[in-house]
Design a protein around this ligand. Structure first.
Ligand SMILES: [Zn+2]
Length: 304
């Protein structure tokens, strides 16, 4: 187990490149070690602006978490932020040449595996754990979503996802330091519903969202010729709908992989409160809006 009493950063730099899920744009990123006490920051190479990874800089949460500051922005930061949370990283700089963090295979696996392979650099400074003195609860009445952050002596996170879906059903996921983050959480990929993909592809919004970087859930009955047409459009002819209700593009790592991915996202979004918190986080139907609103509320309390 890493030493969780001291701050930690990376041992070296890591470069990644690839398409963004939402913009389809190709980006290059370099994840670098950073000084004790500096926290996590994204740097827009194009604008030369540093954007601290804090909830106060969240400017959009439609389908991903977007950070903005002084006219610069970086989209889809949540998977990388989840890696920093899950591996116990305090300080890092992420230089981003492009508008969006590469989606890679839709999970956080490649980021996490690369960093874990080398281990972390333990820094001289003590980690400042953020202690919660009282509970914070946010609710979104129209969807029934809620996130509850309660004081605790160690970090744990519990997510129930009810997708109102015949394919996905209700899925529960859990993480604390006794669970291996990389093999159990980081490998879990994002997912999309087939009917949303159809709509988004027709609007040109999911240029990068080909079937290699997302689980595709076929919730509504769909004619084989419609699947064939879509498969053709995304350059993967021969795709079919499996009896389980998933598209045949990828094999699931876990039956509840989608629920685990929602936990991965929530871990990343909550890291935007500014560091590692000692809290028990539980959530029902989390999403980027309520996640980052909760991180904002926690950040506001912690900065008092
Ligand atoms: Zn995600």
């Amino acid at each position: 187990m890493p030493n969780y009493m001291k701050q930690q950063t990376l041992k070296k730099e890591y470069k990644f490149e690839g398409k963004g899920l939402h913009t389809g744009a190709y980006s290059r990123i370099c994840i670098k070690p950073a000084a004790p006490g500096s926290g996590i920051s994204f740097i827009s190479v194009e604008k030369g602006v540093e954007i601290p990874a804090l909830a106060e800089n969240v400017s959009n949460t439609a389908r991903c978490t977007l950070l903005s500051k002084d006219g610069a922005s970086v989209s889809t930061v949540e998977h990388l932020m989840s890696v920093f949370a899950g591996l116990g990283i305090d300080n890092a700089i992420v230089e981003v040449d492009g508008p969006e963090i590469p989606i890679l295979d839709g999970s956080a696996r490649y980021y996490a595996e690369a960093i874990v392979k080398d281990g972390l650099q333990v820094q001289g400074a003590k980690r400042r754990y953020y202690e919660m003195k009282e509970s914070v609860e946010l609710r979104h009445e129209p969807t029934g979503s809620w996130v509850l952050v309660e004081p605790a002596d160690h970090f744990s996170i519990h997510v129930t996802s009810d997708f109102n879906s015949r394919v996905l059903g209700v899925q529960k996921a859990h993480w604390d330091n006794s669970v291996d983050y990389v093999s159990q959480i980081a490998v879990c990929r994002t997912f999309v519903f087939f009917h949303d993909v159809q709509h988004l592809v027709s609007m040109g919004l999911v240029k990068g969202g080909d079937v290699d970087n997302a689980i595709v859930v076929v919730e509504r009955p769909v004619a084989p010729e419609v699947v064939a047409e879509m498969a053709e459009k995304i350059g993967r002819p021969g795709l079919t709908v499996l009896p389980s209700g998933y598209l045949s593009n990828i094999k699931l790592n876990f039956l509840d992989e989608c629920g685990r991915h929602k936990l991965l996202d929530l871990m990343g979004d909550m890291m935007l409160c500014g560091g590692h918190i000692r809290a028990r986080i539980s959530a029902y139907k989390p999403g980027h809006t309520i996640n980052t609103d909760t991180a904002k509320a926690v950040q506001a309390i912690l900065s008092l």
